[in-house]
Design a protein. Structure first.
Lengths: 1373, 97
C-alpha cells in the first residue's frame, strides 16, 4: 500500500499518522458493502480526509446501514466499542439507536442538518449503562449524484460539564441553607429537601444523628417516605457504627444485595453503590452522626463523584453544627442575662461587705511583705500584685460607699480652715513622679491665699487626686498644670492638661455618674466612670462648683471654686459614719496611675514575648494577649506560659499590628482598651481574609447579655467575663486553639479542594476585583495568585484598541458578573502570553459570612476548541443553507462570498477564476463595494498571489490584509479572498475555518455545476413534452406543476390543427405527480396527438387511447377531455374519459357544463365504447377546460370548485383571453400555491381575425371579404357588419395611403377580437397620419369622421413605429 | 383581387341620365367610379343608383360630393348610415329603397 513518497492514493484518502488513518489504510474495504475506496464518491473521500486530519472528534455514517468511519479523537469516546470501523451504526450504537436512529433518518431523508446540544444519551460503552451528554450536529453527505448517502458528524462530549454544573448547583443549594435552621431536626429536614431535588446525583440519602445516649437515630431521608430495611437474607445494613467509630467514610458496593431496589433517581437501574460518611462535629469533637448517600447507577463512582458526595456530607455537617451552635448560643445568652442580674445585685447591695475581707487581705499582707522581704523576687512580685489590687479594690469600695452615703444623705464633712495652697501643693507633689514618668511636664503653681479655706481634708484629697488622675490618664504629651488663686472671693483651683480634650457634645455629661466617653484614647480603659461625678458631689458639699473647659485635641481645664468663709457650708455635725477603709488616700490613686505607665522592665507597647523553651517551642501554640492593665497582662501570661508561647501588647491597635505581622494561634483580648477596643480589634481581624481565621477570646469586666452578644456578633469566638478562674481560661484557650488548628486544616483542605478543581476557580468582590483563584485559573489564563487582587479591567481582557468586538463581549460578561445573582457566559479572553482563547464561565453570588458583603464565586473552563468546532459547524450549516438555495455556480459563489463576509465582517470579498482560454484572472463574484482593479491594484495583487497555491491551504495576504484560499472549480482554479476587518483580525483559527468552508464550498460547487447541467437538459426535455410550440388563435393556456423545480407533471393540455381545418383539443391528467407522472403524460400526449390526426373523432380517439394506456404502467385511471372544434362554426364534438366537465360561458354571463359524452377514466375497461357529446359554441362564448388541480381542495365538494371556476370565467368573460387566463389561475390559487398539478385551457369563439396585407389598395376587397366572413361567424347583423366594414375599410385605406407614401411595400395588419358585448378592431401600419382637418375638405378627413361616427370608441396612436387605430364597437345595440 | 364593380349608364324616360353601380366602391376603384359619375353628370341633373352596392367608403362619397347639389341618389338601407353620417344626405336627394 502507498508509495514511498507518500503520494499514493491511500495516503491521500486516509492521510495522517493516527491510529485510525492506519486502520483505514489497512482495512479490507472490498469485504464491506462500501467497496473499494477507489470507487467512493468524491464527497465521501473529502469527508474522510477532513475527519482524519481533524483533532476534534468527528465521524461519518455511510451507506444504507450507516457504517461508521471515525477519527482518533472520537475513538476515545467510543470506549470499549472501539474498534468499530465500517460496522453498521445500529450494531455499534444499539442502545441509543432509538434516539439517534430517527435523527439520522431525518438527515438522510430530508437532507437537512440537525443540531443537538447537551443531549442525554444512555450509552453502554464502559460496561454499564451510562448517563452521558453530547453536543453534536448531523450534516448530510451527498454522493456524486447528489443523493444523501451519509451523515457527517462533529461531536463533543459534555457529560463532565453538565453533570459538574448540576452537582455544583446541589452544593450551592445546600450552602444557601446555612443559617436558616433553628434546630438540628430542622437542619436535617432542610438537607433532605435539597437532596430530594437532586435525585439524579443522589438518588437516595439518609441522615442519622447521635442521640443523647450515644445511639443513632434516623433524622431525615430523601426521597421522603423511603425507608429501606436490610433484606432478610441480604448482605446487611448500612455500616453506620463502623463509620462513626473510625470517622472514615465507607463505600458500600452491594446496595442491591443489601436492600433491594432503592429509588433510582430517574435512572433505569437502581443504585448499587453508596457512600456512608461521618458528619464531623464542630471543634474536632467526634462525629455528630452519619449520612448515607447513594450514587446514581448512571455514573461511575469515581474520584469526582466521591469528592462531590464528600462535600454534600460536609455541608450537611456544617448545617447540623450550625444548628447545634445556634442552640448553644441561645442557652448561653440566657445564662449571661442571669449572671448580669446577679452581679448587679451583688454590687449594689453588698459593696461594703468587701471591706472586711479586704482588710483581712491587706493587713496580713503588709505583715507578709515584711516577713518575706528576702524570700526571693518572685514572691515579692506576687505580693506586690496582691497589694496593689487590694488597694485598688479598697479605693473602689470606698468610692462606692461615698456615693451611697451621699445618696443616703449621711455624708458628714468635718470642715476646718486650712492653708489650701499648702495642702493642694502637697497632694499634687504625690503625682509628680508618675507625671514625669509619663514624659509630661508638671507645673504646680499654688501661691498662698489671703485667707484659709474651710474644707474637709479627706474630701479635698479625693477632689485633687481624682482630677490629677484624670488628667494623666488622657494626656500623652505636653504638660499638666495645677494652679490655685483667689478670685472674686473664692479659692479657684484649676487642673489643666494638654490631653485629648473632650468633644463638645460630651462636656455637659462629663460629671454624670457612670458616664464614660466611648472610644476616647486613654492610657487605660479602666475606670468606673464615677471619679468626676464624685468630685462634683464633694465640691458641692463644700458649697463650691466645678466646671470644665475643653477643646478637643488641645486639652482640658477643670476649675473648682470654693467660697472663703463658712457661710455656704452646710450646717451639721461632723458625723463621718463608718470609718473609711483605712488606706492612705493618695496611695491607691498613685499606684493605679503608675500601672498605666510602661514598666521599666517591660519593653513598652511593642509587645513582649516569653522566651521560647527550645525543646517544646515548635509544637506549642502561640497566644497573643492584649490588655491595657499590666497586672492583667502579667496574670494572663503566668497562667498561659506553661502551655503556650505568649506575646503581650497593651491595646487593640498593637494587637492588630502584631497579628498582621505574624498570626498567632489565638488572641486573648480585653474589651475595654485604649486606642482600639477589643470589639474593634475583632472586627478588624475578621475583615481581613488573612486574619479572619484567628480565634479571639474576649475578656471583659462588663457583664451582661448585651455585651456578650455584641462581642460574639463582632466575630469573637468566645467571651469570658471577669472574674474568671485560671482553669476556666485555660479550658477556653485550649478549645479555641484546637479550633484554630482545625480551621487552618479546613482552610488548607479548602485550598487543596479548590486547587484540585479541573475548572478554573475565582472569587470576586463586589467591585469585580478577583481576590482568589486556583491553579487551574493560572493554567488557563497564565495569571497567578502572586498578583492578586486583579482589579477590573482585568489584565486578561482583550485589547479595546485592537480587538474591540472581543472587548465589548467581555464588558457585557463583566456587567453580568457584577450585576446579576447567577449566570453563565462565554467570552473571549487573552492569555498572559497574548494568545486568544474562549472560556465558558458560570458564577453565583454568595454573601461573605463574615462581612455580609456580596461576593461572586465562579468557575470557568477553556472552551476554545468547542467554540471553534461549534463556530465551524454554524458557519458550515449557514453556508450549506445558502448553497442549497443556489441554482447556479455564480449564484452559489455569490452566496458563499456573502456568507464569508458575514463570518468575518469583511469589508471586501472576491472570487476569481483563471478559467478562460488565456488563463487570465477573471472575477466571478464579489460582494458589493469590492472592485477588481487593473493589474497592479493592491486587491488584485493580493488575489493573484494566491494563484498556484495548493488547493484548500489558506494563506494570508498583505497589501490589503486578508486571507485567501484556492479551490478546484468546475471551470478551472478558483481563488476566494476575504479582507480582514478592523474589528476582527485574522488568527490561526480563521485559517482552519476558511479551509473547512472552502472544502465544503468546492464540493458544493461541483454539485451545483452538475445540477445546473442536468437541469438545462431536463428543462429542454420537459418543454418538449408539455404542450404545443404554438397555439392556434383564440386559445390561452396556463400550467402549474406541483413538484418544483420540475416544469412538467402529470397534467397536460394540447391542441392539434387537423388537416380539415378543425382543431383537436386535449386536456388530461395522469395519476400522481412529479417526474414519474410526467413520463406517463408525455407518452399519452404523443399517442393522443397521433390518434387525433388519424380519427378526428374524440370518442374514437379515447377508445384507441384506452388500449394504448393499458400498455403503459402508470397510465391507468388517467382522465382526458378530448374535443374536436370547428373554428368556423364553433361546433365542438367531445368525449370525456372521467375528466371534470368543461365550462362554457355565454356572453350574457350564463354558464353551462359540457357534461355529455362522459365515460370512465382511461384503461379501466379497454374496449368499452365511448360516447360523444356535441355543442356549438355561440359567438363570443368562452370554453374553459381544466384539470382537477384547479378546482379540487381538501374538504370541499368538487361541484363547489366547478362553481367557483364558473364564476371566475363569468367575471372575466369580456376580458382579453390572456388576462382571463391569468385571473382564473391566480383567483383560484389556494394560499400557499397549487399543491397539485394544474392545467387550464381557454378558447373564445370565434378566434380573433388577423389579416396582414401589403399596403396596396387592391388588397382592400380581400380584407373586407375576410372580415365579412368573420362577422358572419359572430352572427353580426347587416348594420353592424356594414359599420364595421366601413370603419375598418377607412382605417385600412388611411394606412395604405400613408404606408404607400412613406414606406411603400410595408405591411398593414388588421386584427379583430370579440368580447362578450363588444368587438375590438385594430389596424396597424408603419406610417403617420395627418391630424384630422375637416375644413381641408379632403375625403380622408371624411373617412375619420365616418370612423368616429360608426364606432363607440376610437384611439389613434402615432409614434415612430407607425400608427395604430384601435376601435371598439358594442355588439348589443 | 380587385374590388368588383359594374357601372352602367342608363337614361330615364325623361332623358335624365342614370348611373347604375353594382358591387363595391373603395379606394382601389374609385377612379373608375369618379370618371363615370363625372361623365354622367354632364352639366345637368344626375341620378346615381347604388341599390346593388354593398360597400361605399369615403373615397366613393368624395366622388359623389363633387356633384351633390344636383345629385339624386337611390340607395339601399345598408348605406343609409354612411350617407347620413357623411352629410351627403343633407345636400343631395336620397331615396332609400
Amino acid at each position: 500500500m502507498g508509495d514511498a513518497d507518500g503520494t499514493g492514493p491511500p495516503e491521500l484518502l486516509f492521510p495522517g499518522h493516527g491510529e485510525m488513518a492506519g486502520r483505514m489504510r489497512a482495512f479490507d474495504w472490498a469485504g464491506t458493502p462500501m467497496g473499494d475506496p477507489a470507487g467512493w464518491p468524491a464527497s465521501l473521500r473529502t469527508a474522510c480526509r477532513i475527519c482524519l486530519t481533524s483533532r476534534y472528534p468527528m465521524f461519518l455514517w455511510w451507506g444504507e446501514d450507516l457504517r461508521l468511519l471515525y477519527n482518533d479523537a472520537y475513538q476515545h469516546l467510543l470506549g470499549n466499542k472501539h474498534p468499530a470501523l465500517a460496522r453498521p451504526g445500529r450494531q455499534v450504537w444499539g442502545e441509543i439507536w432509538d434516539v439517534i436512529g430517527p435523527m439520522l433518518r431525518s438527515v438522510t431523508e430530508t437532507g437537512q442538518a440537525t443540531w443537538s446540544e447537551d443531549l442525554l444519551l444512555r450509552m453502554e460503552r464502559h460496561g454499564y449503562l451510562e448517563e452521558t451528554y453530547w453536543t453534536y450536529s448531523y450534516s448530510p453527505l451527498h454522493d456524486d449524484e447528489g443523493r444523501v448517502r451519509g451523515v457527517f458528524t462533529a461531536c463533543n462530549e459534555t457529560t463532565e460539564r453538565v453533570v459538574g454544573e448540576r452537582r455544583l448547583a446541589v452544593l450551592q443549594d445546600l450552602g444557601a441553607q446555612a443559617g436558616t435552621a433553628r434546630s438540628v431536626g430542622e437542619a436535617c429536614r432542610l438537607v433532605a429537601r435539597v437532596l430530594g431535588r437532586a435525585q439524579r446525583d443522589v438518588p437516595f440519602a439518609a441522615v442519622h444523628l447521635r442521640d443523647l445516649g450515644g445511639g443513632l437515630v434516623p433524622a431525615a431521608v430523601s426521597p421522603p417516605g423511603t425507608a429501606p430495611g436490610p433484606l432478610p437474607d441480604g448482605h446487611g445494613d448500612w455500616p453506620l457504627e463502623q463509620v462513626l467509630t473510625t470517622g472514615e467514610p465507607v463505600v458500600v458496593e452491594d446496595v442491591v444485595r443489601r436492600f433491594g431496589r432503592l429509588p433510582s433517581g430517574g435512572w433505569e437501574r437502581p443504585p448499587n453503590q453508596a457512600v456512608v460518611l461521618p458528619l464531623p462535629g464542630e471543634t474536632g469533637a467526634g462525629p455528630v452522626g452519619a449520612i448515607v448517600l447513594a450514587a446514581s447507577a448512571g455514573r461511575v463512582l469515581d474520584d469526582g463523584y466521591r469528592a462531590f458526595l464528600d462535600l454534600v456530607a460536609r455541608q450537611t455537617a456544617a448545617l447540623v453544627n450550625g444548628a447545634v451552635a445556634y442552640e448553644v448560643q441561645q442557652r448561653r445568652a440566657e445564662e449571661l442575662a442571669e449572671l448580669d442580674r446577679a452581679k448587679t445585685a451583688f454590687f449594689s447591695n453588698i459593696s461594703h461587705e468587701f471591706r472586711t475581707p479586704l482588710t483581712l487581705i491587706t493587713g496580713p499582707l503588709e505583715e507578709l511583705r515584711g516577713q518575706l522581704a528576702g524570700a526571693g523576687e518572685r514572691v515579692g512580685e506576687e505580693l506586690e500584685v496582691i497589694r496593689r489590687n487590694a488597694l485598688r479594690m479598697g479605693k473602689l469600695v470606698n468610692t462606692l460607699l461615698d456615693f451611697s452615703r451621699i445618696e443616703a444623705g449621711r455624708m458628714r464633712a468635718r470642715f476646718e480652715p486650712v492653708d489650701l495652697a499648702a495642702v493642694t501643693a502637697e497632694l499634687a507633689s504625690v503625682f509628680r513622679s508618675a507625671v514625669e514618668r509619663a514624659g509630661l511636664d508638671f507645673e504646680v503653681d499654688c501661691p498662698a491665699l489671703p485667707e484659709p479655706v474651710h474644707i474637709d481634708r479627706d474630701m479635698w484629697e479625693k477632689v485633687v487626686l481624682n482630677l490629677l488622675s484624670n488628667a494623666l490618664k488622657f494626656t500623652f504629651d505636653g504638660s499638666i498644670g495645677v494652679t490655685l488663686r483667689a478670685e472674686g472671693g473664692q479659692a479657684v483651683l484649676r487642673v489643666s492638661d494638654t490631653g485629648i480634650g473632650v468633644p463638645p457634645g460630651e462636656l455637659p455629661r462629663l460629671f454624670e455618674r457612670f458616664h464614660r466617653i466611648e472610644n476616647a484614647r486613654a492610657r487605660s480603659n479602666e475606670g468606673s466612670g464615677i471619679g468626676l461625678a464624685l468630685v462634683k458631689e464633694l465640691v458641692g458639699l463644700h458649697g463650691g462648683t466645678i466646671t470644665a473647659d475643653s477643646t478637643e485635641g488641645e486639652g482640658t481645664v477643670l476649675t473648682v471654686r470654693l467660697p472663703f468663709g463658712t457661710a455656704r457650708l452646710p450646717a451639721g455635725s461632723a458625723d463621718r459614719g463608718a470609718e473609711p477603709f483605712p488606706v492612705s488616700a493618695a496611695d491607691p490613686y498613685l499606684q493605679e496611675a503608675l500601672r498605666w505607665l510602661p514598666d521599666e522592665d517591660e519593653d513598652g507597647d511593642a509587645g513582649r514575648e516569653e522566651p521560647v523553651p527550645p525543646a517544646t517551642g515548635a509544637a506549642r501554640a502561640r497566644v497573643l494577649i492584649a490588655d491595657d492593665n499590666a497586672d492583667m497582662r502579667e496574670y494572663l501570661r503566668r497562667i498561659l506560659t506553661p502551655g503556650y508561647r505568649v506575646t503581650t501588647v497593651a491595646d487593640g491597635r498593637a494587637a492588630l499590628e502584631s497579628v498582621r505581622a505574624d498570626a498567632p494561634d489565638m488572641v486573648v483580648s480585653d474589651v475595654m482598651m485604649p486606642r482600639m477596643s477589643g470589639l474593634e480589634l475583632v472586627t478588624a481581624l475578621r475583615a481581613d481574609s488573612r486574619t479572619a481565621g484567628v480565634p479571639v477570646l474576649l475578656l471583659s469586666a462588663r457583664a451582661g447579655q448585651e455585651a456578650s452578644i455584641e462581642g460574639l456578633e463582632a466575630g469573637a469566638d468566645d467571651y469570658l467575663v471577669k472574674p474568671f478562674s485560671a482553669a476556666e481560661l485555660l479550658a477556653r484557650v485550649r478549645a479555641a486553639v484546637k479550633l484554630s488548628r482545625l480551621r487552618n486544616h479546613h482552610a488548607q483542605w479548602r485550598t487543596a479542594l479548590v486547587d484540585s478543581l479541573q475548572e478554573a476557580f475565582f472569587v470576586c468582590d463586589e467591585e469585580g476585583a478577583v481576590v482568589e483563584i486556583n491553579s487551574a485559573f493560572t493554567d488557563v489564563l497564565g495569571y497567578g495568585p502572586e498578583d492578586l487582587p486583579y482589579r477590573p479591567k482585568h489584565p486578561w481582557w482583550p485589547d479595546e484598541e485592537t480587538d474591540p468586538e472581543a472587548h465589548r463581549a467581555i464588558e457585557r460578561a463583566f456587567a453580568q458578573v457584577v450585576g446579576e445573582r447567577k449566570g453563565s457566559y462565554v467570552t473571549p479572553v487573552k492569555h498572559r502570553d497574548g494568545h486568544r482563547l474562549w472560556v465558558y464561565a458560570s458564577f453565583n453570588e454568595v454573601r461573605d459570612p463574615d462581612t455580609g458583603r456580596r461576593m461572586v464565586v465562579g468557575t470557568f473552563r477553556d472552551v476554545t476548541a468547542e467554540r471553534l468546532t461549534a463556530q465551524r459547524e454554524t458557519a458550515l450549516a449557514a453556508l450549506s443553507v445558502r448553497l442549497s438555495e443556489a441554482g447556479s455556480v455564480p449564484e452559489a459563489l455569490r452566496a458563499a462570498l456573502d456568507e464569508l463576509r458575514g463570518v468575518w465582517r469583511a469589508p471586501r470579498a472576491l472570487a476569481v477564476t483563471w478559467d478562460g482560454a488565456d488563463r487570465a484572472p477573471r472575477p466571478v463574484a464579489a460582494v458589493p463595494g469590492t472592485a477588481w482593479g487593473r493589474p497592479g491594484d493592491p486587491v488584485r495583487e493580493a488575489v493573484e498571489s494566491l494563484r498556484g497555491r495548493n488547493p484548500l491551504h489558506p494563506a494570508a495576504t498583505c497589501g490589503p490584509a486578508g486571507i485567501g484560499i484556492t479551490l478546484e472549480h468546475p471551470g478551472g482554479p478558483l481563488a476566494l479572498w476575504v479582507e480582514a476587518s478592523q474589528e476582527r483580525p485574522f488568527i490561526g483559527e480563521d485559517h482552519t475555518l476558511l479551509a473547512v468552508l472552502g472544502g465544503y464550498l468546492g464540493q458544493m460547487l461541483q454539485r451545483v455545476h452538475a445540477f445546473e447541467q442536468q437541469r438545462e437538459t431536463a428543462l429542454a426535455l420537459q418543454r418538449a413534452i408539455l404542450g404545443p410550440d404554438r397555439l392556434p388563435r383564440g386559445f390561452a393556456v396556463r400550467y402549474e406543476p406541483a413538484a418544483r423545480p420540475l416544469e412538467v407533471g402529470g397534467d397536460w393540455y394540447d391542441t392539434v390543427e387537423l388537416p380539415d381545418g378543425r382543431i383537436g383539443i386535449v386536456v388530461g391528467d395522469c395519476v400522481g405527480r412529479g417526474l414519474d407522472a410526467a413520463t406517463v403524460m408525455g407518452q399519452l400526449r404523443s399517442a393522443c396527438r397521433a390518434l387525433l390526426l388519424q380519427f378526428a373523432d374524440p370518442a374514437q380517439v379515447l377508445s384507441a387511447l384506452d388500449r394504448f394506456a393499458a400498455l403503459i404502467p402508470g397510465a391507468l385511471c388517467a382522465t382526458v377531455f378530448c374535443g374536436v372544434l370547428d373554428p368556423a362554426t364553433g361546433r365542438l364534438a367531445y368525449s370525456s374519459a372521467g375528466h371534470p366537465p368543461g365550462i362554457l360561458t355565454h356572453p350574457d354571463g350564463t354558464t353551462e357544463l359540457l357534461d355529455q359524452g362522459r365515460s370512465i377514466p382511461l384503461a379501466v375497461r379497454p374496449g368499452l365504447p365511448r360516447p360523444t357529446g356535441t355543442r356549438t359554441m355561440p359567438p363570443a362564448s368562452v370554453l374553459l377546460l381544466y384539470t382537477d388541480g384547479l378546482i379540487e381542495r381538501r374538504s370541499r365538494p368538487l361541484h363547489a370548485g366547478i362553481a367557483e371556476a364558473s364564476a371566475a370565467a363569468r367575471r372575466g368573460r369580456d376580458a382579453d383571453l390572456e388576462k382571463l387566463a391569468d385571473d382564473i389561475r391566480t383567483g383560484m390559487e389556494p394560499a400557499g400555491g397549487y399543491d397539485d398539478d394544474m392545467a387550464l385551457l381557454l378558447y373564445r369563439h370565434p378566434a380573433p381575425l388577423e389579416v396582414a396585407f401589403p399596403a396596396e389598395s387592391a388588397q382592400l376587397a380581400r380584407v373586407r371579404g375576410a372580415l365579412r366572413d368573420w362577422l358572419e361567424r359572430l352572427d353580426a347583423g347587416p348594420r353592424l357588419t356594414q359599420a364595421v366594414l366601413v370603419a375598418a375599410g377607412e382605417a385600412c385605406a388611411n394606412a395604405i395611403e400613408h404606408g404607400h407614401r412613406h414606406n411603400p411595400g410595408r405591411t398593414v395588419r388588421l386584427r379583430a377580437v370579440v368580447g362578450a358585448d363588444a368587438l375590438r378592431l385594430t389596424v396597424t401600419d408603419t406610417g403617420s397620419w395627418k391630424p384630422r382637418q375637416p375644413e381641408a375638405g379632403a375625403h380622408r378627413g371624411r373617412g375619420l369622421i365616418l370612423i368616429h361616427a360608426l364606432m363607440d370608441q376610437v384611439d389613434i396612436v402615432t409614434d415612430e413605429a407607425g400608427t395604430t387605430v384601435d376601435m371598439h364597437v358594442r355588439t348589443t345595440r | 383581387m380587385t374590388t368588383p364593380l359594374t357601372l352602367t349608364d342608363q337614361r330615364r324616360p325623361d332623358g335624365t341620365p342614370v348611373l347604375v353601380a353594382e358591387g363595391e366602391i373603395d379606394m382601389s376603384n374609385v377612379g373608375e367610379f369618379r370618371a363615370a359619375v363625372d361623365r354622367a353628370a354632364g352639366g345637368g341633373r344626375l341620378v346615381v343608383d347604388l341599390t346593388a352596392v354593398d360597400y361605399l367608403d369615403s373615397a366613393g362619397l368624395a366622388a359623389l360630393f363633387a356633384h351633390a347639389d344636383r345629385l339624386e341618389l337611390i340607395a339601399p338601407p345598408l348605406l343609409d348610415p354612411v350617407l347620413t353620417v357623411s352629410g351627403l344626405a343633407d345636400l343631395a336627394t336620397v331615396h332609400i329603397t
